[in-house]
Structures are given as C-alpha cells and as structure tokens.
Design a protein around this ligand. Structure first.
Ligand SMILES: Cc1cc2nc3c(=O)[nH]c(=O)nc-3n(C[C@H](O)[C@H](O)[C@H](O)COP(=O)(O)OP(=O)(O)OC[C@H]3O[C@@H](n4cnc5c(N)ncnc54)[C@H](O)[C@@H]3O)c2cc1C
Ligand code: FES
Length: 347
C-alpha cells in the first residue's frame, strides 16, 4: 500500500489525505472535495495551484498549461501532481459552492437506450443507468464514458437534467478517426453496456446568484448549455438567459424548436444561432440566424456582458476566443464558467 500524506489547501483551510500513487486531484474527488478542473490530463490549466510547502512531483503535461518558469516558481497542475510528503497548497481558483457540496463521483453501469443522429456529425446518445439505477449530477456537468473492451475513457457533458436520472442524454460529435466516434457508427447498439464515471465539472448554476446568464456554445457544446436551459425552464428560473450558439452551416443547427419552446417558459430569453459558412444565414421564425462567428455576435449584442454570468462550452478555439472577448469587456473571471472540449488524442 502506497504511503499516505496530508494535504492542506489554502486559503480555504481544507485538509485531506493523498496516497503517493494517486494524483492530488483524484484524491480530492475520492474524498468529495471538488477542486477546479477541466481536462484532468495536464492540458487546460484549470487545476493550476501553487505549492507553499512540501515535496511534490508533476508528471508530463502541456507547457501551455504550466510552463517551465511557472513550474520552477512552484506552480503545479493538480491533475498531474503526486505528493511525497505532507504539503500545503494554495488554490488559485476555487468555487466555494462546489468545494464541499459537490455530488460524489459515481461509477455506473449503463445500457444504451437510444442512438439518434441530430445533424450530419452529432449523435444524441441516451444511456439508462442499470447499476445503480440512477446517475446523480448537476446541470452543466460531464461524465467519463469508457470505450468498451478498453481502458480508454472520453468525457461528454450531460444534455439532460437531473429530473431524468434514469435516462441520461449526451450529444456527441463524431470526429473522423475518433475512437468513440467509431463506436457510434457501428460499434454499439441499443442494449449494450457502457461504464460511466462522474459527475465532474464546476460549470453549474450557482444557488442564489441573480446576474443575467449568457451562454455561448459551439457544436456539441450545445450539450451542457441545453442541460442548463432545460433545468432553468423546469425550475421556473427568473434570471434573464441569452443563448448564443455557433455552428458551421444552417444544416448543423438542431433542437431549435425545443430551445424556442424552453425560452417561452423563461422570463427574458433570447437565442441567437450563428453560422460561420456564409451560405444560408437567415432568420427563421423566432430564431435569429446570423452569419459569422458566435463571439462576434456576442460582442455586438451583449453590451452589459461584464455584469453577467457567462457559461462557455465547445471546441478550444471557440472557448479561447470567447475568453479573450470577456477579458477585453471586463467580465470578472469568477463570473465565467467553461469547459473546453479537448480530447486525450490531441498532441
Ligand atoms: C470536460 C469535457 C467535456 C466534453 N463534452 C463533450 C460533449 O458533450 N460532446 C462532445 O462531442 N465532446 C465533448 N468533449 C470532447 C470529447 O471528449 C472529445 O472530443 C472526444 O474525446 C472525442 O472522442 P473520440 O474518441 O471520438 O475522438 P479521439 O479518438 O479522442 O480523437 C480523434 C481525433 O479527432 C479529433 N478531435 C477529437 N476531439 C476533438 C475536439 N474536441 N476538437 C477538435 N478535434 C477533435 C482530433 O484530431 C483527434 O486526433 C468534452 C471534453 C471535455 C474535456
Ligand atoms: S490541466 Fe489539470 S484539469 Fe486541465
């Protein structure tokens, strides 16, 4: 059995144990402590923290997430770091609502309930938890799905809400050559088992917050945002919600009718779909379809975005462009929640 050490997190004054053979982030999840995280594989920097005291070792990671100078100064990525003595670690980003109130990580055996193409390359995969028979999560979170007969997992955000814990929907983009994508083509069928672990992620709605909500999603980044919007509709939310969605062409838009009808039950809801391919940008019914990048539409139509809470989900370039815009526009970082849809297959 590996040696165990004590970690103290500052400035929140939370303590936990960590075994020498586990990453500090995983030890925290194991003990119900939800630290900020994203990719969980050293690529995104969401878990970057500062070691005040103790012996640690950081394993291979992207230098974009933590460069050599930062590493020499004492910065670490908790998802890639193991502890070899008691340590004191300063959390640079933390979400007080989530830290000790997160939903415990569950390992669930699920069965494929349905597979449905919603665009040329996005599939709605619905899973029915079997053992245990429900999967508990908060809107905006994600889970790891294990590729059958392998140790590989892929992260996907829930598009459904906790109101249907026995039928969990994911929206999955099929990348050419993708290992999970191959499953969706002819690898799995209704009734097959898929192991799920989660929930992860802190892009959840915060209890008691009142600022208007701006959601920005691209491609399969529709999933967690749809979960948030569905949940706000189900729970009679009264905060203004402005949803901006980016797709390549009008053919890549989906669930538009449902979004429109969800919006009717919200107090101040707008949905703007942006298509980057010039052909076919037009408005249809109550839905505005604009030509161009989703961040350009946000820039033009959200003069008060500094006074909003912003949820971002989708491909890394879209999330990075939106973060840059929010920086210029002065949205405080504690009002921004995001998941970059990275893949373990990225170089
Ligand atoms: C927190 C989080 C939540 C996510 N939620 C979702 C979700 O709800 N829906 C969803 O579809 N995806 C989501 N993703 C991304 C998803 O996990 C990856 O895209 C997925 O791993 C691709 O699986 P694959 O096995 O088919 O492709 P892989 O075998 O992993 O990759 C094959 C090739 O496809 C390309 N590729 C894969 N993923 C991407 C990408 N995201 N952007 C650009 N190129 C890519 C790369 O060239 C890669 O070499 C999420 C990722 C994270 C970190
Ligand atoms: S770098 Fe640690 S969660 Fe992404």
């Amino acid at each position: 059995m590996a040696d165990t050490h004590r970690i103290t997190f500052e400035p929140v004054d939370i303590e936990m144990d960590v075994h020498e053979d586990e990453h500090i982030l995983d030890a925290a999840f194991r003990q119900g402590i939800h630290l900020m995280h994203g990719c969980r594989e050293g690529r995104c920097s969401a878990c970057k923290s500062f070691v005040l005291d103790g012996d640690i070792q950081m394993e291979n990671h992207s230098t974009f997430a933590c460069n050599e100078a930062e590493e020499n100064d004492g910065f670490v990525l908790l998802c890639r770091t193991k502890a070899y003595s008691d340590c004191t670690i300063e959390l640079l980003n933390f979400d007080e609502d989530e830290l000790l109130n997160g939903i415990p990580i569950q390992s669930v055996t699920t069965r494929v309930a349905s597979l449905e193409s919603v665009t040329g390359d996005i599939v709605a995969l619905r899973l029915e938890p079997v053992e245990p028979a429900v999967f508990d999560f908060k809107p905006g979170q994600y889970a790891d799905l294990r590729i059958p007969d392998s140790d590989d997992v892929r992260s996907f955000s829930m598009a459904s809400t906790p109101s249907t814990p026995n039928n969990v929907e994911f929206l999955i983009k099929k990348y050419p050559g993708g290992k999970f994508a191959a499953l969706l083509d002819d690898g799995i069928t209704v009734g097959d088992e898929i192991d799920l672990t989660g929930p992860y992620g802190t892009s959840t709605l915060k209890d008691g917050h009142v600022l208007p909500v701006v959601c920005i999603g691209g491609g399969a980044g529709m999933a967690p945002i749809l979960s948030l919007v569905r949940h706000m509709s189900e729970t009679g939310n009264t905060r203004p919600v402005h949803f901006y969605y980016g797709a390549r062409t009008p053919k890549d838009l989906f669930y538009v009718d449902e979004i429109r009808s969800l919006g009717e039950s919200l107090v101040d809801f707008t949905f703007v779909a942006c298509v980057s391919d010039a052909a076919g940008a037009q408005s249809s019914g109550a839905i505005a379809v604009e030509e161009g990048n989703v961040t350009d539409a946000v820039d033009r139509l959200e003069p008060s975005i500094a006074k909003s809470e912003v949820y971002l989900c989708g491909p890394p370039p879209m999330v990075d462009a939106a973060l840059e815009l929010l920086d210029v526009r002065g949205t405080p970082s504690d009002q921004i929640f995001y998941d970059k849809f990275t893949s373990p297959a990225f170089d």
